[in-house]
Design a binder for this molecule. Structure first.
Ligand code: PLP
Length: 455
């Protein structure tokens, strides 16, 4: 018995040592992928190995290939770092080995998801009556939201898509901004709607959908099953669609408004940024990540639906042993997974740790730090291309080749990490400030490193 305790403690010690090293370790490290692969490879042994030795071998093999994405100077993609309480709760979820399938397999997991779901809706400004499915990421949340959309717009046309599928079904028209996230396209593929169904609506200079163009597209399409994918938080610029206006338009045409707000929906958690997502409560479904801006462990995201019955009709599978939770759809009724990790514990713990004010402060601090980044790089003579309304900054360093060289140099240098992107035909550096532990000093140090390398 002592051996198990010792093993778990060692794993926790390793994790803590690693986390504590993050502020000081180089952010980007040159990785020899072939050597890494080799360290893990080899024939599967016939004989068993003592757990302690397995753990030691794993740490030795993985260490050289770990990326400090959880650290304070990682600004690539849109990446947070899981908070202490959420990480510890996730370790417990694994220790408890719970199945968040339904209230029979883990009453505690369902209760945690139910409570955390209520808190999330409150924080984001989503109606309290909405359902909340605990899914693996923005991709899965978009798929669940669009599955609910597909159900309802076809039901309105007299078609039961869950039973009859899409062959012979009335054509569904899907509209989305030209600057939508690529996961929308994959969700449409997975749902059998296909990407040809998608009509791209022109966007304004910052990538938000042009409401006039949306109105024209809906008018031209005429009556019929209609889904519109809106966006809160463009991955490049942070721009948010005018949700109030867009939802109003969509509903006037009898359509379903889905909001992909993987990180941008968190603007709703602060009075400073809430205006960016004004009107979000009018949408029919929402996709939001926990593992990005909320600084929760992977893989954590939420699929909200204004109509729990529609959400469950699209996602649940009927079986005699399914119970829901007091007649309310819960657990596996709202996700594409059946047996799954009890991610609600970490969500509950992360929200409890921050509190309402802490979530607002996290959003405000990241936005302020993004502006500090923009100001610092502008002062150093570089071009900030976007309106820095949220936590995203786009920077140009001259022509495309030069910008790509600067991005590569920054990644090799190790002071901080930022990715490259193509925006409106131009290569740019993309900086996302999403980590709760990033300080002004981290930003200043990163600006200095970027300026030094660019010169
Ligand atoms: C990150 C992101 C997604 C995909 O989310 P995952 O958690 O990676 O699945 C979808 N939409 C937007 C706007 C995003 O930023």
């Amino acid at each position: 018995m002592d051996e198990l305790r010792h093993l778990f403690r060692r794993a926790a010690d390793h994790a803590a040592d690693y986390r504590l090293s993050l502020p000081d370790r180089p952010v980007g490290v040159p990785v020899d992928q072939a050597a890494l692969n080799k360290a893990f490879a080899g024939p599967l042994p016939h004989a068993s190995t003592p757990p302690e030795q397995v753990l030691a071998e794993l740490v030795a093999a993985a260490e050289p290939g770990l990326v400090a994405t959880a650290g304070p100077r990682y600004f690539g993609f849109v990446v947070g770092g899981a908070s202490p309480a959420a990480t510890a709760a996730d370790m417990l979820a694994t220790g408890w080995d719970q199945i968040a399938f339904n209230a029979v397999t883990s009453p505690a997991a369902v209760a945690a998801e139910t409570a955390a779901g209520t808190w999330l809706k409150e924080l984001l400004g989503i109606p309290a009556t909405a359902s909340a499915g605990f899914v693996t990421g923005g991709q899965a949340a978009n798929t669940a939201g669009l599955a609910a959309a597909r159900h309802q717009v076809l039901a309105d046309a007299g078609w039961d898509v869950e039973r009859r599928g899409l062959p012979g079904a009335p054509a569904v028209r899907v509209f989305a901004g030209a600057e939508r996230h690529a996961t929308i396209d994959r969700s449409l593929r997975l749902l059998g709607l296909g990407t040809d169904t998608l009509r791209a609506v022109p966007t304004g200079p910052q990538g938000a959908i042009d409401p006039h163009a949306l109105a024209a597209a809906l008018r031209d399409a005429g009556p019929g099953p209609t889904i519109v994918c809106l966006q809160a938080g463009n991955v490049n610029t942070g721009a948010c669609d005018d949700l109030r206006r867009a939802c109003d338009l969509v509903h006037r045409y009898g359509g379903w408004a889905h909001v992909d707000g993987a990180f941008g929906l968190w603007a709703g958690a602060s009075p400073v940024t809430r205006h960016l997502v004004d009107g979000l409560e009018a949408a029919d479904s929402w996709a939001c990540d926990g593992h990005k801006w909320l600084n929760l462990p992977y893989d954590t995201a939420f699929a909200f639906c204004a109509r729990p019955d529609v959400h469950a009709a699209a996602m649940s599978y009927a079986a005699a042993y399914l119970v829901g939770c007091g007649g309310v759809p819960a657990g596996a009724d709202l996700t594409a997974e059946s047996s799954r990790r009890a991610r609600g514990f970490a969500v509950w713990a992360g929200l409890r740790e921050l509190g309402r004010d802490g979530v607002a402060a996290l959003v405000e601090r990241c936005c302020a730090l993004a502006r500090r980044f923009a100001d610092g790089l502008t002062a150093a003579g570089f071009e900030v291309v976007n309106d820095v309304v949220l936590n995203q900054v786009l920077v140009g360093f001259g022509d495309d080749a030069r910008t790509d060289r600067v991005v590569a140099a920054v990644q090799a240098d190790g002071t901080c990490w930022a990715g490259g992107t193509t925006w409106r035909g131009r290569r740019l550096m993309r900086i996302s400030v999403s980590n709760a532990t990033t300080t002004e000093a981290d930003v200043d140090r990163s600006v200095a490193a970027i300026a030094r390398l660019a010169r």
